[in-house]
Structures are given as C-alpha cells and as structure tokens.
Design a protein around this ligand. Sequence first.
Ligand SMILES: NC(=O)c1ccc[n+]([C@@H]2O[C@H](COP(=O)([O-])OP(=O)(O)OC[C@H]3O[C@@H](n4cnc5c(N)ncnc54)[C@H](OP(=O)(O)O)[C@@H]3O)[C@@H](O)[C@H]2O)c1
Length: 274
Amino acid sequence: MHTVTANGAAIPALGFGTFRVDKADTLRMVPHVLKLGYRHIDTAQIYGNEAEVGEGIANSGVPRGEVFLTTKVWVDKYRHDDFLRSVDDSLAKLRTDHVDLLLLHWPNEAVPLAEQIGALNAVRAAGKVRHIGVSNFSTALMAEAARLSDSPLVTNQVEYHPYLSQKPVLDAARKAGLSVTAYYAMADGKVLTDKVLAGIGARHGKSVAQVVLRWLIQQDGVVALSKTVGETRAAENLAVFDFELSAGEMAAIHALAEPKGRIVSPQGLAPAWD
Ligand SMILES: NC(=O)c1ccc[n+]([C@@H]2O[C@H](COP(=O)([O-])OP(=O)(O)OC[C@H]3O[C@@H](n4cnc5c(N)ncnc54)[C@H](OP(=O)(O)O)[C@@H]3O)[C@@H](O)[C@H]2O)c1
C-alpha cells in the first residue's frame, strides 16, 4: 500500500473506517483487517468504539508502531480544558500514549476556532498526537484553521465519492500541502448499482467497490476510508493496489458528479459548503 505524504505526515492511502460499527463487530474486525494488511484505522469519540479499537489493535499481533491511528474530538469538547481531558480519555480507551492523527470532527462556531486549534496544537506539543487536522471543513474554514495553527494541518476529512465533486476542497488542500481523506466512498451504497462503474469494473475484473476505492487513491493527495463488517468485503476492498484506471476511466468517474450529490449535511453541524 502506498502512503500519502502531507505536511510531514505519511498516511497509508487506505484506512479502515469504524463509523456505525458496534463494539462486538469492532473487536472482531479491527484485528482481522490488521492481519489482512490494513495499516490505518479511523475512529472517533462519537463512534463509541474507541475502547474496542484499542483492544482490537492490542489483540492483532501487529505492533502499535505499524498502525496509523486516527481519532476525532467531538464538537461538545472544544473548550480548551474539556478538549485536553477528552484526548486523555481517548488515549486511555485506545490503549496508547499517542494517536497518529487527531481531527476536529465538525466545525463548531460556539467555540472560537483559535481555541480549538490552540488545543490541537497543545496536545501535539505534549506528544499525545503526531499530526493534526480537521474534518468537514469548507475551504474558507480550512484556510482560517491553517492560518491559526502553529503546526501544519495534514488532512481535511470530507465526504467524497463519484457523485460529489470536491474540486474546490481538493485544489485548496493541495495548494496548502494537506491531504484530503475521503469518507462515504460508497455514497451510502448508491454506487453499487451504477452501470458506468460496473462497466469499468468488468474491464478490470474488479467490483464496483474496488473501482471506486481505486479512483480515490489514484488521485494525488487523496486518502480513502472504507468500512465493512464483512471479512470477505474487507479483503476485497484492500485489493485495489494491483490495477490502474486509465485517464479516460478516471475522467468518466469524475463526470458522474451531481450538483446534489452531497449526502451528509447535518443541520447544526454542517458549514456553508463550497
Ligand atoms: N468525518 C466524518 O464526519 C465521517 C463521516 C462518515 C464516515 N466517516 C469515516 O469514513 C468511514 C467510511 O465511511 P462509511 O463507513 O460511512 O462508508 P463506506 O466505506 O462508504 O461504506 C458504506 C457501506 O458500504 C458497504 N460496503 C463496504 N464495502 C463493500 C463492498 N466491497 N461491496 C458492497 N458493499 C460494501 C458496507 O456495508 P457492510 O458493513 O454491511 O459491508 C458499508 O456500510 C467511516 O467508517 C468513518 O471512519 C467519517
């Protein structure tokens, strides 16, 4: 698996996501995917499975130092002291003294962005976090966050799949040296019945899920997340490093983007999108 380099971070291009993965499935899947060869696990305080992610890594036999581990601070922990306490709590649950990447999960205007970025930098300076970043940030918020931060941000984790163009975010991230981490690659299952994607897959002997993940990781500076509670699918989704999409196929997939392609935009959390 290749790594995406971004402002000093080397991030494995494919991460295993744990959103909507319950405790039992997390305990089963995390060691399984690490044994398969995944080296990047994505969780969050709000997912309620950090303890099982930590236990799963410990049970996997893969040394902690070989795993790129991301968690995200939830929006109700953005005041400085709450933030620091929540990170200590996450580290205890994850059974580690540091995470590789810590993100602000969504914007929250109720707390000054400078305070949120200050807390990210404080935990990084304390050695509890190797790299910092944001999630669900618009280009305007991303620029403001980067301006406020002493250490560079390494990613903006956003919804990204064939039906949603993220061109403004990608362009701005590349210019500032950040990666873009794509979530909802399967567009909540919608891609799976797409005829264009199925046609491209047939040419390569690959499934639609593999085509979509390949399309993401073949883009400069893009990291893809993939979630499944199935062992067979986890192996399928990892088998995307042994084929290449042509420029024409990449363009055909980009052309599937729709103006109303965004799926995730929770009221009270979502910013003014680009
Ligand atoms: N920062 C944020 O706000 C945010 C928001 C959403 C997600 N995320 C992160 O991104 C990760 C990925 O997003 P996601 O979990 O929503 O969705 P996803 O990876 O797009 O997967 C969506 C669904 O597709 C199914 N699937 C996976 N592989 C498949 C395959 N090969 N064939 C057919 N179906 C397949 C899975 O169902 P089964 O499990 O039944 O296989 C899964 O529920 C999350 O787990 C989380 O870590 C972050």
